[in-house]
Design a protein around this ligand. Structure first.
Ligand code: AMP
Ligand code: ZN
Ligand code: ZN
Length: 413
């Protein structure tokens, strides 16, 4: 607002209000407008490994990355799964604090199960314990929209993005490109300043075909083309948009034989939320073993995984505060999967984000707020939200775990 007042004074414009800054003395002036109203488009490419650009050299993203303010890689939060990490990016918080600790989990505090394929659960605000950036923006009268993002369909703290779409996994890219362009062309007083969008395809191909497959390469090309089209069209508009491209985690192939069965009795004693690379166990009321007995027994048989009472999950994961993650949580060794039914995919994620960079994702940003061709070392994804809040001129009025200082070097001073 202070900046706005300075610009208004300088321009001696009696018509310079936040609702009416599109035209400066009858003309469009991009740079002056940007000072007054920042715009951010946040694009998530699910499962885009930090090194895919170097490895596969997609035409648009390679160029975009090179000229962007970017990170060597983006470190996901634990567990390295889709919903926990999209929520970490958008709330600036670790999963134990924002509440979405897995793609599927039981919440003992609500006596309810969350599952990303259950549209009632996904829209149930009780599960979400921290505010997404769009909530903070709406509270400060900054208009937002989401063309897909995990949690965008829930009314969190009584607020939704002004515009949002129900998730449609197979919706053609063209439809969301057109939708986003329409939103950016709305009249100034309805136009969202912050828009999120999401592409699942590369994650799906990585799971099904593996990260060295022709199918994955073709999918990268397809998504690269869609993002190119979207960004190039946005660049023809009268507004300057900060374009931020992120991914939630990496991907790694693993050998088919690296599957270990968890003892069958565990299913009688626990509710199980299993996901190959990490398994969450919730003790049944009628279980015959104490938690400690069960843990000791599982551990005595486990060869390629480690199980913990949730309170004892190693500190580096920031996951020992919330029993939503399971009374017992089992983490697999890198490139191993565990469960009861046998293995299901060529590639996966969900392994520890430490020790290797295989789970790392990307952060590339271009636009008036960001430096050009500038690289910063790997940081954790909880730091993105305070950065974007700053770019949007928002005050953070809610607890978060990330820090603005961590990624601030990416911004123009
Ligand atoms: P993961 O099992 O962690 O690989 O999850 C990836 C899947 O999350 C994608 O294939 C999508 O189907 C799903 N997904 C992503 N965004 C949403 C959403 N907003 N609502 C429901 N499902 C989603
Ligand atoms: Zn994902
Ligand atoms: Zn995935």
């Amino acid at each position: 607002m202070k900046k706005l007042l300075i610009v208004c004074t300088l321009l001696l414009l009696n018509a310079c209000t936040p609702e009416n800054n599109e035209s400066v003395q009858g003309q469009h002036k991009k740079s002056e407008q940007t000072v007054q109203k920042p715009y951010v488009l946040l694009i998530s490419i699910d499962g885009f490994r930090w090194d895919y650009v170097d490895k596969y050299k997609p035409a648009f993203l390679s160029e975009f990355a090179k000229n962007s303010a970017h990170l060597t890689s983006l470190r996901p939060s634990f567990p390295t799964k889709t919903f926990p990490n999209h929520l970490s990016i958008i709330t600036g918080s670790y999963p134990q604090n924002h509440g979405i600790v897995a793609n599927k989990f039981y919440a003992p505090d609500l006596d309810k199960t969350y599952y990303i394929k259950d549209s009632d659960a996904v829209a149930n605000s009780d599960f979400y314990l921290r505010k997404p950036l769009w909530v903070i923006a709406q509270e400060q009268n900054v208009n937002t929209a989401s063309y897909f993002w995990p949690s965008s369909e829930a009314e969190i703290a009584g607020v939704r993005p002004s515009r949002y779409k129900k998730y449609e996994h197979s919706q053609p890219h063209q439809q969301r490109i057109n939708g986003i362009l329409e939103w950016f062309q709305l009249p100034q007083n309805q136009r969202p300043q912050f828009i999120t969008t999401y592409f699942h395809d590369i994650d799906s191909a990585g799971h099904e075909f593996g990260q060295d497959s022709p199918e994955l390469i073709a999918t990268i090309k397809k998504v690269d083309n869609s993002i190119k089209q979207l960004v190039e069209k946005i660049r023809t508009l009268d507004i300057e948009v900060n374009i931020v491209i992120v991914s939630d985690h990496g991907m790694d192939d693993y050998p088919a034989e690296n599957y270990e069965y968890i003892p069958a009795w565990v299913q009688d004693e626990f509710k199980v939320a299993a996901a190959n690379t990490i398994v969450h166990l919730y003790q049944n009321e009628n279980s015959t073993r104490t938690l400690k007995q069960a843990l000791t027994e599982i551990k005595s048989q486990a060869k390629h995984y480690q199980c913990y009472l949730y309170q004892d999950i190693p500190a580096q994961f920031n996951a020992s505060k919330s029993n939503r993650i399971g009374d017992i949580t089992c983490l697999t060794d890198k490139d191993w999967a565990i469960g009861f039914n046998g293995r299901t995919s060529r590639g996966d994620h969900g392994w520890s984000q430490f020790n290797t960079t295989d789970m790392d994702g990307i952060f590339y940003a271009q636009g008036p707020a960001f430096k050009t061709a500038y690289q910063l070392d790997t940081v954790e994804n909880v730091n993105i939200m305070p950065l974007l809040a700053h770019v949007l001129g928002l005050e953070i009025t809610t607890p978060i775990d990330g820090k603005l200082e961590t990624m601030k070097p990416l911004l123009v001073p």
